[in-house]
Design a protein around this ligand. Structure first.
Ligand code: ATP
Length: 634
């Protein structure tokens, strides 16, 4: 246990839960009267309305539900609470960490079916002490009334926005092969109504105009709500953000109150969402705020390049869900302004990127060497569109008896993204780009709102191309690592709003960014890794909409040839004959960062499966959420 926590536990005056006494499944502990914490969903409610009606305990298999009452004692076990000050359980039935009392012991709630043990609260909620955990600071109860409506812009009559959401082609998702593996996989759902997400979250889903769950949501949400760890691989633009945000929000709302100490200078989030770039963290923060609107859950973002003081102020006001980049979070941890000791939910978006060579040490430090509860005592969710086998193996260190979920790529494996490859020498690339832009204009596909995203290899190359485009009369801007954060944000805003409908970017914009109306992705320089290509082209053709991706290929890209041809063939794309010829000449390798071998090239299959052929019912596959079928990657 790192000393940082040993110090902080006494500093914060938190008393210890005896982990060894916290083994019973589905148990719940009444909050101590001395705790003044009010759970987010009950803040601002009249005191009289706070009686627990129903506690739902999910069995170890994550399937059968049992009901009890808070007072019945039938499902409850006791936690030894020295001093009796407070103790709480998380929604997975695990005792919550309290001041380093774990002594490294794993809470023994694990049963053969895995750790899928949940305690949910329905009905009118908990009886509480008075006040709120944040009282004495700015007062979140009051703040909630003044919570900025994140839907404000969208609720204005706006034909563009409305059209975007009704334009989602859900049929494109129905035939997608889905593969799950792991023990006792909870069944998928077909509608949001089948899942008890709570009224306030349901209301926000309606506000988002999400009519039904996408396939990754159909599977991932029930799995996560059952308390299981998850490694999920689903195509770009298929709704992974909601797939990890909904269970986190619902889980916090369902959980018994947690007695976080008052007045602590350290922020004590319950959930941590890590992503590799500032812009992606900012986007996830915006989305999570929509989903958590008026639930009382506070979502705070922390990323580098932006003034830390503002972020510290936000953190001081209280945080339930912290969205962060690893670098800035490391800084906050070093300054002892954040403690991870209360983390119940950990989500890594773009998880393969987070665990590759660049980020892995930082992530290990945050997850394994600070005060975060270990796997098994928190719930961990890893999401990406790509998951190379080696990274899966690394990632399994962070997971406990997890379920692997692979949903066939919607965006890049179907004709939603039309992929074209042109042979272009470096010297010809600019005029080729010009031709494409002119052609788009001529065919009308570059309508006023259609946006073009151009990927280049280097920051200098990005600046030079942007400058040239502007000189040619095409409004363009650029985003890359040498620009200041305010320049990056300005560029993205200007692109999003169509003021500069061409954005020249390095890989900093390759992952996760959800920019409506990106009609065309141009790989002016191809990446050397096929996974990077998948993420780049995935900036178009999102949420069931169609898109176009054009790649400029020449001799320098030889190592990418075979994986590119295979990817295109798999996605039923027309592959030029010359490219097939190149592929037959090229050495297999696929670039600087080749992380997976042949066969399960894209890591879409559970790596555990490779040593476990014939493991019977541990693995199953289906199509788009129901029935049987073949594996996603067979
Ligand atoms: N159930 C749904 N119904 C309608 N739209 C949805 C639904 N779920 C998500 N979306 C929308 O789909 C778009 C893509 O979602 P999201 O950004 O979460 O994709 P992603 O899978 O994380 O993509 P990437 O791999 O590129 O990060 C977003 O605009 C989101 O609002």
């Amino acid at each position: 246990m790192p000393s940082v926590w040993s110090e902080s536990s006494s500093e914060l005056g938190v008393e210890h839960v005896n982990a060894n006494n916290s083994a019973s499944v589905g148990a719940t502990i009444p909050p101590s009267r001395s705790s003044s914490y009010v759970p987010p969903h009950l803040r601002n409610r009249p005191q009289g309305a706070s009686t627990i009606n129903n506690i739902i305990a999910v069995s170890a298999e994550g399937s059968s539900l049992g009901a009890g009452t808070r007072d019945s004692g039938s499902t409850a076990s006791t936690v030894n609470r020295p001093g009796g000050a407070w103790a709480a359980r998380d929604s997975t039935g695990s005792a919550l960490p309290s001041g380093g009392a774990w002594g490294g012991a794993r809470v023994n709630t694990v049963q053969p079916g895995g750790r899928g043990v949940g305690v949910g609260v329905t009905g009118s909620g908990w009886s509480n002490g008075s006040g709120s955990a944040w009282s004495g600071r700015s007062g979140w109860n009051g703040a909630r009334e003044h919570e900025k409506n994140p839907f404000a812009a969208e609720e204005q009559p706006n034909p563009v926005f409305d059209q975007e959401n009704t334009g989602i082609n859900f049929d494109a998702y129905e035939d997608i092969p889905v593969e799950t593996s792991g023990e006792n996989v909870p069944p998928p759902v077909n509608t949001f109504a089948e899942i008890d997400l709570g009224e306030s979250l349901n209301e926000n889903i309606r506000r988002c105009k999400y009519v039904k769950p996408t396939p990754v949501q159909k599977y991932a949400i029930p799995i996560s709500l059952a308390g299981r760890d998850l490694m999920a691989c689903a195509q770009t633009g298929s709704g992974k953000t909601a797939a990890f945000c909904f269970p986190i929000i619902a889980g916090i709302l369902r959980s018994p109150p947690i007695g976080r100490p008052r007045g602590a200078r350290k922020a004590l989030p319950l959930a941590l969402i890590l992503s590799p770039t500032r812009e992606l963290s900012s986007q996830i923060h915006d989305e999570a705020k929509k989903f958590a609107y008026q639930t009382g859950i506070r979502v705070v973002v922390a990323y580098g390049g932006a003034p830390i003081h503002n972020q510290l102020r936000e953190l001081e006001r209280g945080v339930d869900i912290l969205v962060a980049t690893p670098g800035r979070l490391g800084d906050l941890l070093e300054r002892a302004r954040v403690s991870l000791s209360y983390i119940k939910y950990l989500a890594l978006d773009e998880a393969d990127r987070m665990l590759d060579m660049g980020f892995e040490p930082q992530i290990r430090r945050i997850v394994e060497q600070m005060d975060m509860p270990p796997a098994g005592q928190r719930q961990t969710m890893l999401f990406s569109a790509t998951f190379p086998r080696e990274i899966q193996r690394l990632a399994s260190d962070f997971l406990w008896n997890y379920i692997f979920l692979a949903v066939g790529r919607v965006g890049s494996s179907t004709d939603l993204i039309v992929q074209k490859v042109e042979f272009v020498q470096d010297a010809e690339k600019r005029s080729m780009l010009m031709d494409l832009i002119h052609a788009q204009k001529a065919t009308g596909s570059q309508s006023q709102q259609a946006l073009t995203l151009v990927f280049v290899e280097t920051k200098r190359g990005a600046d030079a191309l942007e400058d040239w485009l502007c000189r040619m009369g095409f409004p363009a801007t650029t985003i890359h690592g040498d620009r200041s954060q305010s320049e990056r944000e300005h560029a993205l805003r200007s692109f999003r709003t169509g003021v500069t409908p061409i954005l020249v970017a390095t890989d900093v914009a390759a992952r996760g960014l959800d920019i409506p109306r990106v009609a065309h992705v141009v790989n002016f320089d191809l990446p050397s890794d096929i996974d990077d290509y998948v993420h780049r082209i995935g900036r178009t053709g999102r949420a069931g909409k169609t898109g176009l991706a054009t790649a400029f290929f020449n001799d320098k890209d030889l190592s990418l040839t075979r994986p590119l041809v295979e990817l295109m063939q798999e996605a039923n794309q027309e592959v030029p004959g010359w490219l097939v010829n190149y592929a037959s000449r090229a050495n297999y390798g696929g670039g600087r960062n080749r992380r997976s071998g042949g066969g399960a090239r894209f890591g879409g299959r559970d790596y555990r499966r490779e040593g476990a052929r014939g493991a019977g019912d541990r693995y199953s596959s289906a199509y788009g959420g129901s029935g049987g079928g073949s594996s996603a990657w067979d």
